[in-house]
Design a binder for this molecule. Sequence first.
Ligand code: NAP
Length: 550
Amino acid sequence: MSSWVNRVLVIGLGLIGGSLAKALREQNAGACIVGYDRDEKEMQTGLRLGVIDEMATGLPEEVSRADLIVLAVPVKATEAVLEQIKPHLTDGTILTDVGSTKGNVVEAAERVFGTVPNTFIPGHPIAGSEKSGVAAADSQLFNGYKVIITPLPDSDPDATAKVDQMWRYTGAEVLSMDVARHDEVLAATSHLPHMLAFSLVDTLAREEENLDIFRYAAGGFRDFTRIAGSDPTMWHDVCLANKEPLLRQLDRFTAGLARLRTAIEEGDGDMMLGTFTRAKAAREHFSRILSDTASSNNMNNENVIFRAQPGGSVAGTIRVPGDKSISHRSIMLGSLAEGITEVSGFLEGEDALATLQAFRDMGVVIEGPNQGKVRIHGVGLNGLQAPPGPIYVGNSGTTIRLLSGLLSAQQFDTELSGDESLAKRPMERVAKPLRLMGAEIETGEGGRPPLKITGGQPLKAIHYDMPMASAQVKSCLMLAGLYADGTTSVTEPAPTRDHTERMLQGFGYAVDVEGSKVSVSNGGKLTATEIDVPADISSATFFLVAAAIT
Ligand code: NAP
């Protein structure tokens, strides 16, 4: 990209236009920042507060002199402003906007120009506040927030790069997506929540004695309804501009609320707990993403210095975190059992949590984990439901390999995927024997994840001589064997961990073990139980060493 631009014209000197102008000035973006607003007082305030370098004297001259023009007016005014500036635009002038909806802005540009100029790069900062007007301009408004730009197929790459650079000067992270996707995503994550907040406050405000109701409202109400203080005119415009995607989201939400209403009416505790636990887990996942505190980040990005000094002693009682293999299997078998399985000592690590999330995605109600305690409302061997999308197992090899056996026997299709490091691990070692049983399973390039499993395949029992000793392969085939017609048996060349066979027996399912051969037959059932996950020996070593050296 050649050097950035010399002259930026911001049209609409309100909260967003003013904040952008001020940030560009403070960051020494190297361009003269000119402001234009139909209200001269706003421009004077902007000049006085150091928001802009210059006030536009007349729109036509400023438009013809500008290298980059930012439309920061309400979306509804976009078309009129484009008409106004069109006669004065010179070739190559870059145009962008900040509107909260993008489809209608692009349509407005089409109406004005015939085809959208290839230097028009629509944009939308995902940051704002309930304030408006240039006096509220804040140079830090976008710092650390996201800005979405929505270049069109024919957009000029140089213009796109310059708009991208403009937002990066403000400290924002710039993402790119297409116009339709932007409007769908924003309808779900911004427009719908605003409708709920406006509607909730309005509904309560209409009730008699509403003053009293608000007096008793606590922090939860305040947090949830903060956005009901947003600019009514702007939201009126957004609803009109993004009607179809917003209606789709409102319909989905209304259906969800109706399901919850039915559950409350019928006292359906499983449905309520299912909704709340899934939401709580999703919310925690979302908060981790927002605060960027995923444990892998912490481990990789920080330079930690430990300084050890001799002396002192250790004494105390601790509960060592639970064994990972058993934590995984507790969730899997508890989900397939009939009744409620209570688990204590569950390892709340990312891998076991990936397994827990996978079963939640398949409709199992799982309460917790809370201090290692988990309650699983088992759905029985045939009670799993199709997940809403691909099942993401993060970095967990155990989850993907064991689930592949179980999912090969289900009536629905599934896709299993994981993170970058899991994507390098071989999966044919489970896929091959599963195909011998009649499973339809497709691995990714080089026999690695993702795995695509076609449901509805009748499985037949096989005997499998494992070419390598692997508890994961053995367990995978035993889980498939719960559904396969006949007796499935596996022989291992060397002993491997036998958690699956022991735990199946703990759930009342018959498993035959004869030397190096284990067998299971279909047709049985798992009965819920209590599991106290034993401590994990590798996690215990820290404390063993500490006690030994002091
Ligand atoms: P704002 O504070 O009300 O500023 C809009 C400014 O544009 C006002 O000064 C307004 O003047 C001026 N204006 C309106 N029509 C105009 C026209 N035809 N020609 C010139 N100036 C005109 O609103 P804002 O919050 O900055 O919102 C601006 C845009 O940012 C909207 O498209 C909105 O969707 C988008 N956005 C807002 C937020 C947010 O949280 N506020 C977040 C992301 C994106 P008057 O006061 O005279 O009408």
